[in-house]
Design a protein around this ligand. Structure first.
Ligand code: PNS
Length: 172
């Protein structure tokens, strides 16, 4: 195993469609643990996203602006290859509930098999946000529910702009 690098770079991967306050909490805490934290958006996602990758990059850049050691990137293909290309040695993931654990464990073990030198680090979601997911935020918003406090204000305003698309999808 290679020794600890002088600068630990961690990748926080995900779809972030859109970023929620739960994600942002992990970014804040991750920024205090690692020298550099790269929030990386998966490009080739099979799910039909509400926001394009470019829109998500913009939204993420807006909200991570206060953290000087946090960057935003996107990737195609294997996460561990992206991590290696960015010289990252850590993958950061959040766990909200026990239901997240099985999927996360599977991914962490597969990623370890692919590149054992890259370690997955799990952080427990802040209990205040442990019920929030991007999927539920979109569903509640589309049905007219209040999402303030669940996503950053700039994201909420972009969701309002996207309301016609959200409504169209519901009508299908
Ligand atoms: O926000 P999500 O959907 O929980 O993020 C899932 C993500 C992006 C972390 C995962 O789908 C991923 O890493 N995809 C990249 C392809 C890959 O490396 N697959 C093998 C992982 S075991």
């Amino acid at each position: 195993m290679p020794p600890k690098p002088p600068n630990v770079i961690a990748i926080y991967p995900g779809s972030f469609d859109p970023i929620t306050n739960g994600h942002l909490d992990l970014v804040q805490r991750g920024a205090r643990m690692f020298d550099t934290l790269v929030v990386s958006i998966l490009r080739n996602d099979s799910k039909l996203p509400l926001f394009s990758v470019e829109e998500r990059v913009d939204m993420l850049r807006e909200v991570v602006h206060p953290y000087s050691n946090v960057e935003v990137d996107s990737f195609d293909g294997l996460l561990v290859d992206h991590a290696a290309a960015r010289s990252a040695t850590v993958l950061l993931r959040g766990i909200r509930a026990i239901s997240d654990y099985e999927y996360e464990l599977q991914m962490a073990l597969m990623n370890r098999r692919l590149r054992p030198e890259i370690e997955t680090v799990f952080m427990m979601a802040n209990e205040a946000y442990s019920f929030i997911s991007s999927r539920l935020v979109k569903e509640v918003f589309g049905l007219g529910g209040n999402i303030s406090g669940l996503v950053p204000p700039s994201v909420e305003s972009r969701m309002h702009d996207r309301m016609p698309t959200i409504k169209q999808r519901e009508d299908r």
